[in-house]
Design a protein around this ligand. Structure first.
Ligand SMILES: NC(=O)c1ccc[n+]([C@@H]2O[C@H](COP(=O)([O-])OP(=O)(O)OC[C@H]3O[C@@H](n4cnc5c(N)ncnc54)[C@H](OP(=O)(O)O)[C@@H]3O)[C@@H](O)[C@H]2O)c1
Length: 254
């Protein structure tokens, strides 16, 4: 199936590792030019080299800490300038607050929520000018069920994202802009948070695996495929949705 991504332009936050990197690589393989950000220069360089050496769409990486409004807006402006517009905006980075302290709540608010709001603000005119405009937020199944951790801002911020995405879809559908949230369940990839848990708490990891009907965690490639499809022109009729991608990990109907 042709996803219609050839020549499209995508901005991804947190594209230097994990799900963001796999998504950027797949979008580029489908012919998109991408601009992404992260905080760690060595990871940004490695991700840029990896995508550019594959030789279809191009990638440019920027160092930006999305906890800062100034850095977030500067990243969006630079990305728009480099790409000369944008069709696909993917807000993937997270503050990953698991502590639930004041600092964690503030980080979630800035990174998960406000960075998304600021990126949309900066990219809105360019998205309106696109004939394939799509905004995707990467949420979490933590916005849907209690995972057994002490209360923190992580799931709450992902839940707020779902309300905001729906507002965007309702408001800007008339301008041809779609907005969706894709919520992964537990996803394993080398060096990721579940890889770390697998090594530090193998019994807990095995229990999570066993609880997933398919008997294993998802992979970053599997997430990237779904994110890419939803963001692409082929996913045009998917709008204002919250899409769970968890292999059946959450045993609920809705
Ligand atoms: N992995 C899972 O099992 C899972 C499950 C549910 C939901 N998710 C969601 O999926 C998304 C990606 O998760 P992941 O596991 O792929 O994460 P990851 O491997 O930790 O990668 C996160 C990416 O975001 C960047 N980043 C983090 N904080 C940033 C900041 N303040 N400013 C700019 N960039 C920042 C990281 O680079 P630097 O650290 O260098 O900045 C990296 O590129 C997140 O929204 C997460 O909540 C993941």
């Amino acid at each position: 199936m042709d996803l219609g991504l050839s020549g499209k332009k995508a901005i991804i936050t947190g594209g230097s590792r994990g799900i963001g990197l796999y998504t950027g690589a797949l979008l580029a393989a489908e012919g998109c030019d991408i601009a992404f950000c992260g905080r760690t220069p060595s990871d940004i360089k490695a991700a840029t080299d990896r995508i550019n050496s594959a030789g279809v769409g191009t990638a440019i990486g920027f160092q930006a800490d999305l906890e800062s409004e100034e850095a977030t807006r500067a990243f969006a402006k630079q990305a728009l300038e480099e790409l000369n517009g944008v069709d696909i905006l993917i807000h993937n980075a997270s503050g990953f607050d698991m502590a639930g302290d004041e600092e964690g709540w503030m980080r979630s608010f800035q990174v998960d929520m406000m960075a998304g709001v600021r990126l949309v603000d900066e990219c809105l005119d360019a998205l309106k000018a696109s004939d394939a405009a799509s905004i995707t937020f990467i949420g979490s199944m933590a916005s849907k069920f209690h995972f057994g951790r002490p209360p923190s801002s992580y799931g709450a911020a992902k839940g707020a994202m779902r309300v905001y995405a729906n507002d965007l879809a309702q408001q800007y559908g008339k301008d041809g802009i779609r907005a969706n949230v894709i919520s992964p369940g537990a996803v394993w990839f080398e060096g990721g948070s579940w890889d770390q848990r697998k090594q530090e708490s193998p019994k807990f990891y095995a229990a999570v695996e066993k609880a997933i009907p398919l008997g294993r965690l998802g992979t970053a490639e599997e997430l990237a495929r779904i994110i890419t499809f939803v963001a692409s022109p082929a996913g045009l009729w998917i709008n204002a949705e919250h899409i769970a991608v968890d292999g059946g990990q959450v045993a609920a109907v809705d």
